[in-house]
Design a protein around this ligand. Structure first.
Ligand code: PLP
Length: 390
């Protein structure tokens, strides 16, 4: 019998056939108006902090997601930071964060001098498990003056940041119900899930605010960029204001009415984003097609399955992922080594948050599912241009 890492390489080779080619995990694909729109910025010298593409990008994203407002910012991490600040997160608050996430989710909490409190995931969605969360909060918190207080630390648990892992929607409706019971603010980290829906409603539009990222590896890119989504016009206005140095609009006066941030998205990045968004349905179709091909290729390998969207959800299939059976989780590193040696880039899920030095002392529940998933998840090449050509 062939060893499992050779079987995985062979399965991937069915879709990624060129042995002399290096297949990265995810590369941007520029196949539309990117040159036209960015050239216009250069020709008119509107490259920086103002220009028509920022307004257009915000409107296009709002239309696409069905959010009333979209405020463009310099990256997804900044979007999370501002969303938390506007939600009223204070120093020493605790914010519930999945242990399985990219570090930006935790860092944004820390930027507010608040403390991430790590919670476990479910295998079905790879996101926070609402039932385990409810039980945990029932056991470990009390409601005092309408606020959820951690019995052990005495600190207020102010909110929760559900994250849609690799584009697969978390069970956000149940999480919002739990948040409601315990009076928690919901900020959705939808950095990876542009184009993903739960019961036909776009991810990032369930909580008080949601954030998107347009980093170079995301489903569409602005080079670097992010958006805050909200239906609340006061929050949208405040987000615009404090991300643009809190300057009061005036013909010549530089008056800033509070301490703001220089977090705005430059026009040239927004131009790139407008061109990219025009192609998103093509990208998503290619990713879904790629998922089907991988599913087929992995069907015959026992102990390995491709991660699929769950019922009533539509995933954008941003990062294709295989999940190893518990029985072969010891093979993960051998598989990573064999695939990368073959020129096929793969990587494990992020190191869990509480295993990172800066978060090793953060409060957390037992995290058996996140620990298990971290040993078994492997991301595989996912660029749309694996199936699309220029
Ligand atoms: C990419 C990402 C972010 C941060 O976005 P940047 O634009 O890179 O700052 C936040 N959370 C998650 C889950 C991400 O994948």
């Amino acid at each position: 019998m062939m060893d499992i890492s050779s079987e995985v390489v062979n399965a991937l080779r069915q879709i990624l056939p060129e042995e002399s080619v290096f297949y990265p995990l995810h590369e941007p694909f520029f196949n539309g108006n990117e040159w036209n729109y960015t050239k216009e910025c250069l020709d008119t010298a509107w490259v920086s902090t103002a220009g028509k593409y920022v307004d257009k990008f915000e409107k296009d994203i709002a239309d696409y997601t069905g959010s009333k407002y979209a405020v463009a910012v310099v990256n997804g991490t900044a979007a999370l930071h501002i969303a938390l600040e506007l939600a009223g997160v204070e120093a020493d608050d605790e914010i519930l964060v999945p242990a399985l996430t990219f570090v930006a989710t935790s860092n944004a909490v820390t930027y507010c001098n608040a403390i991430p409190h790590f919670v476990d995931c479910e295998e079905k969605t790879l996101g926070i498990d609402p039932d385990v969360l409810r039980e945990y909060l029932q056991k470990t918190t009390i409601l005092r003056n309408g606020l959820c207080v951690n019995n052990q630390t005495g600190r207020i648990i102010r909110g929760i940041i559900p994250m849609h892992t690799f584009g697969h929607p978390v069970n956000i409706e149940s999480l919002c119900a739990v948040a409601n019971e315990f009076n928690l603010i919901v900020i959705e980290d939808a950095a990876e899930s542009l184009g993903s829906y739960i019961n036909k409603k776009h991810t990032g539009t369930f909580g008080l605010m949601g954030v998107l990222s347009f980093n170079g590896n995301k489903i569409i890119t602005t080079g670097g960029g992010g958006v805050i989504l909200t239906d609340n016009n006061k929050l949208a206005e405040r987000a615009k204001h404090i991300t643009t140095t809190s300057k009061i609009s005036h013909r010549w006066e530089y008056c800033h009415d509070e301490i703001g941030y220089n977090y705005r998205l430059p026009n040239i990045n927004a131009a790139l984003g407008c061109a990219q968004l025009e192609q998103i349905s093509q990208f998503i179709a290619a990713k879904r097609q790629l998922y089907k091909k991988y599913r087929q290729a992995f069907q015959t390998i026992s102990g390995v399955k491709i991660v699929s969207e769950s019922k009533n959800n539509v995933s954008n299939y941003w990062l294709q992922t295989i999940l190893l059976d518990e029985s072969i989780n010891g093979q993960r590193d051998a598989i990573l080594e064999a695939t990368n040696d073959a020129g096929i880039m793969t990587r494990p899920a992020w190191m869990l948050m509480h295993h990172l030095a800066p978060y090793s002392k953060s409060p957390r529940m037992e995290l058996p599912v996140a620990e298990s998933l971290a040993r078994r998840l492997i991301n595989i090449p996912s660029s749309p241009q694996i199936l699309l050509t220029k």
